[in-house]
Write a protein that binds this ligand. Structure first.
Ligand code: NAX
Length: 328
């Protein structure tokens, strides 16, 4: 199993790689060849992390290698976790990158190269999870530049779904494991739409059990949509441990068949499902057969309130697509 992680010296990867090395994440019993990728300036820090991984003596790991370029790392890859990207607020060539449009273009440049390398070098069964923001549009750029229709490209919305589950569990005083069919539609951004109207807890509809639309619209949605900002404010740094767990849970969800009646969350290329325009990466309720096939679950019933939410987040994704039209 060849598993590539970019941004490997960053804070998410520091938690993510150890999670991936735990038993049972991948369905294959093959040992893992870890391919850790960074920019040249971060290689020394990455080498320090590699020493810690060696000292962890994982029984699941066969080898650990480091790369300062995506091309060699992706040869015959089974999985690529694309975490590395340039954060907003960074100073490049003396100019602070503040605008989302600038960020889209800079990161877009990274994902054109990574997409092309993965399309050419990785296995046709390769699965790709984009974590680096803006994740949905980066995944779109990567997939189009991969020029390979066999590989499965996804962007991470699992963290948004786990955040929504945690809020709902607190509200209803239940355990997160009792919640199923919770889907987050759209962009991994404050426009995302976590739906409760098709979510269930012990056979009961979540929206009806909450029975308080004002809470759903004015407390639940903004809290989930703004959770990333809330964590940055409290911690002085963006979510890392929870993001790493969500990335690992996405891998696990694709690698194993989805529990009957449940879904998992990731953004994939829309084919027009739920009136999300085809050709953008949107969060959907998904199922996996555990053998590499992932499908959208299409039986969710959406109210006008939900349809408005989906339209808003789809419009934002179309706007982002337009900003990177030169790259796709
Ligand atoms: P860090 O800044 O700690 O790490 C990012 C690492 O990526 C750095 O070490 C950097 O050198 C490396 N890097 C940059 N360009 C690279 C390239 N071309 N190839 C390889 N490595 C490269 O950020 P971290 O906190 O780990 O976050 C990583 C990304 O995840 C950010 O874009 C962040 O916005 C995004 N997030 C996405 C989430 C999601 O749910 N989709 C949630 C968490 C997180 O905010």
């Amino acid at each position: 199993m060849k598993v590539v992680v970019t941004g490997a010296a960053g804070q998410i990867a520091y938690s993510l790689v150890p999670f991936l090395c735990e038993d049972g994440v991948f369905s294959s019993s093959q040992k893992i060849d870890l391919k850790l990728v960074e920019i040249p300036q971060a290689m020394e820090r990455l080498n320090g992390f590699v020493k810690e991984l060696e000292d962890s003596a994982y029984s699941t790991v066969n080898s650990i290698s480091t790369f300062d370029n995506i091309h060699d790392a992706t040869i015959d890859a089974d999985w690529c976790l694309l975490v590395g990207s340039i954060p907003r607020g960074i100073v490049l060539n003396g100019k602070e990158i503040k605008e989302r449009s600038d960020l889209l273009k800079i990161n877009g440049g990274i994902f054109t190269e990574q997409g092309a390398a993965i399309g050419k070098n990785a296995k046709s069964s390769c699965k790709i999870l984009v974590v680096g923001n803006p994740a949905n549009t980066n995944a779109l750029i990567g997939k189009i530049n991969s020029n390979n229709d066999d590989q499965l490209w996804m962007a991470m919305t699992m963290l948004d779904a786990l955040r929504a589950k945690a809020q709902l569990a607190q509200k209803l005083n239940c355990h997160v494991d009792d919640i199923y069919r919770l889907a987050v539609f759209g962009n991994h951004s404050p426009t995302m739409f976590p739906d409760l109207e098709n979510t269930f807890i012990d056979g009961k509809n979540a929206y009806q059990t909450v029975n308080d639309h004002q809470w759903v619209e004015n407390e639940f949605l903004p809290r989930v949509q703004q959770r990333g900002a809330e964590i940055i404010k409290a911690r002085g740094a963006s979510s890392a441990s929870s993001a790493a767990r969500a990335a690992c849970e996405t891998v696990r969800a694709v690698e194993h068949p989805t529990r009957s009646g449940d879904v998992f969350n990731a953004a994939i290329m829309s084919d027009g499902a739920y009136d999300i325009p085809a050709g953008i990466f949107s969060g959907f309720p998904l199922i996996s057969d555990g053998a590499g096939n992932v499908d959208i679950v299409r039986d969710y019933v959406l109210s006008d309130f939900a349809k408005n939410g989906l339209k808003k987040t789809a419009d934002e994704l179309l706007e982002e697509k337009n900003l990177v039209k030169d790259l796709i």
